[in-house]
Design a protein around this ligand. Structure first.
Ligand SMILES: CC(C)(COP(=O)(O)OP(=O)(O)OC[C@H]1O[C@@H](n2cnc3c(N)ncnc32)[C@H](O)[C@@H]1OP(=O)(O)O)[C@@H](O)C(=O)NCCC(=O)NCCS
Length: 311
């Protein structure tokens, strides 16, 4: 059964479950009103951005149906958005295999709802924000990661030393402004994406990013901050380091933002015995590096990759 055939059945199930919390929710908080609020989001916004309208709407639903009801409401919302996005997708004129990556994500989200795979809180912002951005086309799925239209961050670079501030202002000046760029973000619920953290998977994503840049002439390049960009990984985790070195060997620039916070340390050490041990022995400190791959350099790398993108 296709996802478009599955959606009405799931919507019916959720409607009944949410009516058990409070039947008034459907009449007082119509999905269409919520969707109109999402459609008013600014074109450049963080993946976790929640507008005041949406916050108020969510609070109203929570007040009427509780946390469980809010989670059910968001499941119905995601399904309605997927039904709409599936119709809109062919006319969006995305490059090459981006539409099929959208369809994979839609399938993953629908299966998660159908199989009740996720625990309490999963369908409440900020937990469900990345899925909402996919279903409203604010995120572009590119395989290994999602791409978000965004701008260069200011705060991390405007801290002393003065040398760093001056070098950053010069760098930004070269671009004629802070954006827009495509910003890379990992989606930890996207198992297929996580398996793409290899040299080949990263190359596939960078070529998709290049294709997006070609379609969008005003975009200045690709950006992203992560512990994965740390050059120290070249000796500790060479397989994973290739994700960043493809870019840095081909014109991307790295800016060290300092040691990772507790969340970044957890990300960097949880799946690797080697990194965890080195961290515990004080021989590895996860560091946050911000990568900027300017448009010209990324497109010039992409032009040299003449093989078709493997599925
Ligand atoms: C980002 C992430 C997906 C990369 O995962 P990964 O592909 O497993 O890469 P890692 O280098 O961390 O691999 C983990 C372990 O599996 C091993 N491994 C990975 N692929 C392997 C393969 N094909 N064959 C054998 N071993 C392999 C690695 O050697 C490593 O173990 P070790 O360091 O003790 O030797 C993963 O670290 C993650 O999910 N982190 C949390 C989320 C996160 O960091 N998000 C932000 C990213 S920007």
């Amino acid at each position: 059964m296709s996802i478009l055939e599955t959606i009405p059945r799931l919507q019916e199930r959720i409607k009944n479950e949410l009516s058990g919390c409070n039947p008034q929710v459907w009449t007082e908080c119509p999905l269409d009103d919520y969707i109109r609020c999402l459609d008013r989001y600014p074109p450049l916004a963080r993946w976790s951005y929640v507008s005041r309208d949406v916050l108020q709407y969510g609070n109203k639903i929570r007040g009427m149906a509780g946390e469980e009801g809010l989670g059910l409401y968001h499941q119905a919302l995601l399904l309605a958005l997927i039904a709409r996005a599936s119709e809109q997708l062919p006319a969006k004129n995305f490059p090459a295999d981006i539409p099929s990556l959208y369809e994979e994500h839609f399938g993953r989200i629908v299966r998660g709802i159908e199989q009740k795979s996720h625990g309490p809180g999963f369908y409440v912002p900020p937990r469900c924000c990345k899925d909402l951005t996919i279903c409203t086309f604010r995120a572009v799925p590119a395989g290994m990661q999602l791409l978000y239209p965004f701008r260069l961050p200011r705060a991390p670079f405007l801290k002393p030393p003065l040398r760093r501030i001056v070098s950053w202002i010069r760098f930004v000046g070269r671009f004629g402004g802070l954006g827009p760029f495509y910003e890379m973000h990992t989606h930890s619920d996207d198992t297929r994406g996580l398996l793409e953290f290899t040299r080949a998977g990263a190359a596939r994503m960078y070529r998709r990013a290049a294709a997006m840049l070609r379609r969008n002439a005003s975009f200045k390049g690709l950006i992203g901050g992560s512990w994965i960009n740390d050059p120290a990984l070249e000796s500790i985790s060479p397989r994973l380091a290739a994700v960043a070195t493809i870019a840095t060997d081909n014109g991307a620039r790295l800016f060290c933002l300092g040691p990772c916070n507790a969340h970044g340390i957890e990300d960097a050490t949880q799946f690797s015995h080697e990194r965890r041990q080195l961290y515990q022995e004080g021989k590895y400190t996860p560091m946050e590096y911000f990568l900027v791959w300017p448009r010209k350099e990324l497109l010039s790398w992409a032009e040299k990759q003449d093989l078709p993108i493997a599925p």
